[in-house]
Design a protein around this ligand. Structure first.
Ligand code: TRP
Ligand code: SF4
Length: 405
């Protein structure tokens, strides 16, 4: 759908298969994807090569987590009918684009990316002074640019990578520009829509470009959207010729920063595998309940009769995610007056988390029981993604003069 005043959006995002998914992923990423898949054309992929940059010594970790991650996505409601789901390494075009982009990317740009130094310092048990690790953000740029994604939903920590992606795209476009015969090709593409549509397209374009008529632009977007038989490349040309803005071969993507509630962990810090404070998406109910029952509370509440302060208690953070206004008031009142016990207070959380996880666990079981179905759907997604990737790559090769005949 062409939304108001913009070109149709395409969302792309990836996740590294380095461990099992937990509630932090669900609240921080997946719930957002569920919303996006209804609104945008979405590409979601398993970034297995990115996982290898840090896990090259234990590649089986990556292998073990690829299918588990797909199952978790599906169990959470990511829908392969709405979004294309695929595995990065099954679309080797990413690697070729990464290589080509590496030719034009100054070393300093990569060395300056903050995560490069930070991670090297944080993960000091691994040797990350590798070529692959340095190239991490550039591989990510290739992931994004190969699908001409317009929007990339990522967390704060990834913003610098998107900035690099934009810089690399700009540099590429500057160096190789658009096709030399762009205008002719656009005219030709217009003719492929049929005489009537082509005439309408040119009229609308003129109204927009000469009179700044935004409505004409939107009508023209809708016209292009409704053309089932033109190729992706032609469509791109027609959009570019129409609005005069994005004639570039590799459009610069925008960051889609999403206001997601930070999922607290069991110890009051952010939920994260490295803190060991997680609740896994497929953990059995009794294990989840045990973890919540034993999680720390406000240390001031030594005895049941000691009043406490919810703001000093990790359980309160869970209430902020899971409980409605009246339950939150009940906690505030009960905690500060010692009117309720901590186990009582945790009971609602245990129930709420279980209500969230039970259907996920159940759906996951269906997929676990039918691995062939899961594989088949990924094969499908990979094939669809590859088609798009091939198309962009062929334009890139041609722009760089690599299509020797
Ligand atoms: N680097 C991302 C992360 O660690 C994963 C990723 C790889 C990605 N390629 C991407 C995210 C492209 C968005 C777009 O979370
Ligand atoms: Fe924490 Fe609830 Fe106990 Fe207060 S009553 S300390 S909020 S668990």
């Amino acid at each position: 759908m062409a939304s108001v005043n913009t070109r149709p959006s395409r969302v792309l995002s990836g996740m590294r298969p380095t461990g099992r998914l937990h509630l932090g992923h669900y609240h921080g990423v997946l719930k957002n994807w569920l919303r996006l898949q209804d609104e945008y054309e979405c590409f979601f992929f398993i970034a297995d090569w990115h996982a290898l940059t840090t896990h090259y010594e234990t590649p089986w970790v990556v292998g073990d987590n690829v299918w588990e991650m797909v199952i978790d996505w599906l169990a959470c409601g990511v829908n392969p009918k709405l979004a294309r789901l695929f595995i990065q390494s099954r679309v080797p075009e990413h690697a070729e684009l990464h290589l080509l982009l590496s030719m034009i990317t100054p070393l300093g740009w990569l060395e300056r990316v903050p995560s490069f130094r930070d991670q090297q310092e944080q993960l000091h048990d691994r040797d990350l002074a590798t070529y692959g690790f340095l190239g991490y953000p550039l591989l990510q740029a290739a992931d994004v640019l190969i699908y001409k994604a317009t929007e990339v939903p990522v967390g704060e920590d990834q913003v610098a990578h998107l900035e690099l992606t934009r810089e690399v795209a700009r540099r590429f476009n500057h160096l190789y520009g658009r096709e030399p015969d762009f205008e002719e090709k656009a005219q030709e593409a217009a003719r492929k829509m049929g005489k009537k549509n082509a005439r309408l397209y040119h009229q609308l374009r003129q109204r927009y470009q000469q009179e700044g008529d935004r409505e004409a632009l939107e009508v023209a977007y809708a016209l292009l959207e409704g053309q089932p038989n033109i190729t992706v490349a032609d469509r791109e040309r027609l959009y570019g010729y129409l609005d005069g803005s994005s004639r570039e071969l590799l459009p610069e993507p925008e960051v889609l920063l999403t206001p997601t509630a930070k999922m607290p962990g069991l110890d009051g810090r952010k939920m994260s595998k490295s803190y060991g404070n997680t609740i896994g998406l497929r953990e059995p109910a009794d294990e989840v309940a045990r973890k919540l029952r034993t999680m720390p509370t406000d240390p001031a509440r030594v005895r049941r009769t000691d009043p406490g302060t919810p703001e000093k208690c990790p359980v309160w953070d869970f209430h902020k995610v899971y409980s409605d206004e009246s339950t939150q008031q009940w906690v505030q009142q009960g905690c500060t007056t010692a009117g309720i016990g901590c186990l009582e207070c945790k009971r609602c959380i245990i129930d709420a988390v279980e209500a969230e996880l039970a259907p996920i666990r159940e759906r996951a079981q269906e997929y676990e029981a039918d691995p062939e179905q899961v594989r088949a759907l990924i094969v499908d997604g990979c094939e669809q993604a590859r088609e798009e990737a091939r198309e962009t790559l062929s334009e890139v090769r041609s722009a760089m003069g690599l299509e020797y005949r």
